[in-house]
Write a protein of this length. Structure first.
Length: 322
């Protein structure tokens, strides 16, 4: 009997140790997702397109609360969290052609943003208890396999990068240093990922409608953003869209369309649909111009005078900017 008790104790201690290690891994992986400034009353809630803007948004008084792979479900949860925390004046959200894609319904941050479900009233106590149980006893978390896999994949990639730092891959080259053929190839790969066959996600569409209604109910200015795309990717997408921008416009929400602003400026891009720091700086200037037309930069003046990149903005006549 004593031997059995000792075995049980050893097993329990082992489980506690494993749980503690995985809890720490989970904490380190999720830490960046929850970090955001609380100094502003305006927020950018977007996926990686917004995340790539970094702290540039602070120049126009907007906190960047974006994260790569965020869906409208994640955005809805963050919005409700922000409203519960304090005053919210303006919300900028992604209105890109892919944001209602079925792939985004599958690939998102639902297992991270679920935390925000329990920051306001209206949830079931049993659901909250289950969330807390899975949060602290991570071995019960149904996403634990994905979390561990993500961690080890990330570490493996870092090791490979260190071992192969002298080897150059097409994905590592600056976008403007790639040949046209290489840019088209990468753009096609991205298109296949973001635009699988099928209709727009009804689940994400419902969340988008909830975001619109929540902003209306709380007197929050909602503005949609279409982020810059490289010329090759714009050409491949063409008129293909899951129409998030159309839904916003139909509800009187203003949409700033910057998708083609850097169409002929490859140096602004990291890849087909993400801009680099120099692109982020100029995009923020463009948003500033869109909100405060009288304070144009030299760069923006060149756009409006017909020089440089084409600058196309579509809107529905509502919203007031910052």
């Amino acid at each position: 009997m004593e031997h059995f008790k000792k075995s049980i104790l050893k097993f329990a201690l082992l489980l506690m140790l494993v749980n503690g290690v995985i809890f720490l891994v989970k904490f380190l992986l999720f830490m960046d997702y929850y970090r955001h400034s609380e100094e502003n009353s305006s927020y950018l809630l977007a996926d990686s397109h917004g995340w790539y803007l970094g702290d540039e948004t602070e120049r126009i008084g907007v906190t960047n609360f974006s994260y790569y792979s965020d869906s409208y479900i994640d955005t809805e949860r963050k919005l409700n969290y922000l409203i519960a925390r304090g005053d919210v004046d303006t919300i900028y959200i992604s209105a890109d052609d892919h944001t209602l894609s079925p792939y985004r319904e599958i690939s998102n941050n639902g297992y991270k943003s679920v935390k925000y479900e329990y920051t306001q009233d209206g949830y079931e106590l049993s659901d909250f208890a289950l969330y807390k149980l899975q949060h602290y006893i991570v071995l019960f978390d149904p996403n634990i396999r994905a979390i561990i896999s993500h961690f080890f994949n990330e570490q493996s990639e870092r090791l490979l990068d260190l071992n192969e730092e002298d080897k150059e891959d097409v994905n590592d080259l600056p976008w403007d240093k790639l040949s046209e053929k290489e840019r088209i190839s990468l753009s096609r790969e991205r298109f296949s990922e973001q635009f699988p066959n099928g209709e727009a996600s009804k689940v994400l569409e419902e969340s988008l409608m909830n975001i619109i209604e929540t902003c209306e109910e709380n007197d929050i200015t909602l503005i949609g953003l279409k982020f810059p795309l490289a010329e090759e990717y714009l050409d491949i997408i063409g008129n293909f869209s899951f129409d998030a921008d159309s839904i916003l416009k139909a509800r009187g929400v203003e949409v700033y369309d910057f998708s083609s602003i850097f169409k002929h400026e490859d140096s602004m891009f990291e890849d087909p649909d993400h801009i680099k720091d120099n692109g982020a700086e100029k995009l923020i200037d463009s948003i500033k111009i869109r909100n405060f037309g009288e304070t144009r930069t030299i760069y923006e003046k060149s756009l409006f005078n017909g020089g440089g990149a084409s600058f196309r903005m579509e809107h529905a006549g509502a919203g007031s900017g910052l």
